[in-house]
Ligand binder design. Structure first.
Ligand SMILES: [Mg+2]
Length: 118
């Protein structure tokens, strides 16, 4: 795990334990919470077309809301990985490696086809 993720996880666990919230943080609840926060992130784009949403990046208040919801998603993801003993950085590297094998650049460049259609 990167030092940044380690530091975030330690701070998050201390925050949780100071409030005696571990009792509420079973794996199932953490997975539900992650998805609820992802939905809050998605809600920021509700009813907007692609162009209108991209334009919102010029609005500092919108970017701050985007940052807050992105952080919520990351924090629940870190709690899930801590609970399961997963090194998120290592898992992400493995996943990028696997995606590289599924989507070789020479076959995937400039198209959005699924790996089975390459
Ligand atoms: Mg949120």
């Amino acid at each position: 795990m990167t030092k940044d993720f380690d530091a975030l996880t330690h701070r998050l666990i201390a925050f949780r334990d100071d409030r005696d919230w571990k009792q509420f943080h079973g794996l199932r609840n953490l997975m539900i919470s992650l998805n609820l926060e992802a939905a809050e992130l998605l809600e920021l784009g509700q009813w907007l077309n692609d162009g209108a949403l991209e334009k919102k990046l010029d609005d500092p208040a919108f970017v701050e809301r985007l940052a807050e919801e992105s952080a919520d998603v990351l924090l629940y993801l870190l709690l899930i990985c801590e609970r399961a003993g997963i090194d998120l950085t290592e898992a992400a590297h493995r996943k990028i490696d696997a995606n590289g094998r599924k989507y070789p650049a020479e076959k995937s460049r400039g198209n959005a086809r699924k790996y089975h259609d390459l």
